[in-house]
Design a protein around this ligand. Structure first.
Ligand code: FAD
Ligand code: APR
Length: 441
């Protein structure tokens, strides 16, 4: 393999920062330049929809790496600078300001952006999004405004429901408008969605499912420049009804940031396409995290995973591979089973694997009824798991299920469904369950 001296990483989020850390941990001593279009050093996003909206943390305050890391490890941080083009044949990244950065290897960690409501639905661009620290600061201020009495949340996914929970905690009335047949359709199996819906309704959130927003109209212009996002609005729905409120938040999905890769000529399809080692259609370029669609050997299909844990692990695995410059026979593919979590009203939910990949679904309810876990099995092997329960009570079993998926362990449906059978006993060869996240939220 050609010698590797200069690595450029585009995207200074969790994946980009994790790639830089893993390159150094692997002993790579060449130059690393980490380019980010945001002005803050790489920070964690999960707190943005949790602690930041609750008013207990500042947006962007929790950094991915220790603040001294970049100086101590000679990683050049180029912040507030967007990469505008990549020249694959010249191996060069162009920044919007005109600077050109040469590379031996380029890592694209451009993440995803929040999908916006289409202009014909929201002509005055009233709906707020939540993706970065600036969005979170703006939304937290709007929620805190005394003029904000009723929040309309478009989209009943992870962001929409976390915003709904934060808005209720702030004492606001909340209506969630979900276009799909049920909330959390991307993440939760059908058996769990009604339980989460009940919890929201118990806390006073109004949830409308299978309803399409048609048009958002401003009824009265904002009078204050301090909380200009808060003003009477009306959302007309496809069923002929309408909701009036003071603030609209759209959490209608994330779109992978592929424009740079696509313009350079790299293969993209709802994500930058990479193999199980993170390589794009150009072997001198890798892609990681939310932006990448990667081949997963265990599931036998290409996945794009939007999760905090994956962003770190995928980037680290790919960076190790790049720095190690291993020969094909020594290369280890990235095989981690995807995992995510969310928190709403003190309830935690976790999901791992692929819940749509099974031919059999098994529900396990804990003896006290507080935890419900749904498993997807295919040919007797676990393919996906999702659990909902009080904070701190679901992680262990989900972790065991994750290990079972990684090892392809077969399991009897009846044993899985029985809360008296300990999950760990179903996989006696599994190492002790370890906590699978740091406290970031
Ligand atoms: P990103 O975090 O999107 O970072 C990409 C960075 O690249 C951004 O800073 C972007 O501005 C920058 N960039 C893009 N294009 C360019 C360019 N051309 N030039 C320079 N810079 C560029 N996951 C969970 O598992 N649990 C949770 O509870 C959870 N909560 C979340 C809450 C919120 C509000 C959000 C937004 C996400 C949450 N996630 C959660 C998902 C998790 O944060 C993401 O999966 C993770 O941030 C992805 O990391 P990434 O580095 O791939 O992408
Ligand atoms: N009107 C109403 N609902 C809509 C519309 C629409 N026009 N378009 C999409 N939806 C619904 C979807 O049916 C889905 O239930 O919005 C929800 C979006 O949910 P997610 O896919 O979970 O996306 P979101 O909540 O925006 O989260 C985006 O942030 O927390 C991270 O990991 C998460 O990467 C993800 C990102």
């Amino acid at each position: 393999m050609p010698s590797l001296r200069h690595v450029v990483i585009v995207g200074a989020g969790r994946a980009g920062a994790s790639a830089a850390a893993a390159l150094r941990a692997e002993g790579f001593d060449g130059s690393i330049r980490l380019v980010g279009d945001e002005s803050l050093p790489p920070y964690e996003r999960p707190p943005l929809s949790k602690a930041v909206l609750a008013g207990t943390a500042a947006a962007g305050a929790q950094q991915v790496l220790a603040p001294d890391f970049y100086r101590e490890q000679h990683v050049e941080l180029l912040l507030g600078q967007a990469a505008s083009a990549v020249d694959l044949s010249a191996r060069c990244v162009e920044l919007a300001g005109g600077a050109r950065l040469s590379y031996d290897h380029l890592i694209l960690a451009t993440g995803a952006r929040a999908r916006r409501l289409p202009p014909d639905l929201d002509p005055e661009r009233r709906a707020l999004a939540l993706r970065d620290a600036a969005d979170a600061t703006r939304l937290a201020a709007a929620l805190a405004s005394p003029r904000c009495r009723h929040v309309i949340v478009v989209g009943g996914g992870v962001i929409g429901l976390e915003v709904a929970a934060a808005a209720r905690a702030a004492g606001r009335a909340v209506t969630v408008v979900e276009a799909g047949p049920r909330i959390m359709g991307r993440v939760l199996p059908a058996a769990l969605a009604p339980l989460l819906k009940q919890e929201h309704e118990r806390h006073g959130v109004r949830i409308l499912e299978a309803v399409h927003p048609r048009r958002l109209t401003v009824r009265e212009a904002a009078t204050s420049t301090v909380d200009a996002d808060v003003a009477p609005v009306r959302l007309d729905l496809g069923d002929g009804s309408a909701i009036v409120g003071d603030l609209v938040v759209a959490g209608i999905g994330a779109v992978p940031q592929t424009a740079l890769a696509q313009a350079a000529g790299l293969h993209c399809d709802d994500g930058i396409l990479v193999d199980e080692f993170g390589a794009t259609s150009d072997p001198a370029v890798s892609a990681v995290g939310d932006a990448a669609r990667f081949l997963h050997p265990t599931f036998g299909r290409a996945l794009r995973v939007e999760s905090w844990q994956h962003a770190q692990r995928h980037a680290a695995a790919v960076a190790r591979h790049i720095a190690g410059q291993r020969e094909p026979g020594q290369r280890e593919p990235y095989v981690d089973v995807p995992w995510m979590w969310s928190e709403q009203f003190g309830l935690e939910l976790q999901a791992a694997g692929l819940l749509d990949d099974g031919d059999e679904s098994v529900v396990r309810t804990s003896a006290d009824g507080s935890v419900t876990t749904v498993f997807a099995l295919r040919g007797g092997a676990l393919r996906g798991v999702a659990a909902l329960g009080p904070d701190g009570k679901i992680g262990r079993d989900v972790r065991v299920a994750q290990l079972m998926m990684e090892r392809g362990v077969k399991v009897a449906a009846a044993a899985l469904a029985d809360p008296d059978v300990r999950m760990k006993s179903l996989m006696s060869s599994a190492p002790p369950a370890a906590p699978n996240r740091d406290a970031v939220a």
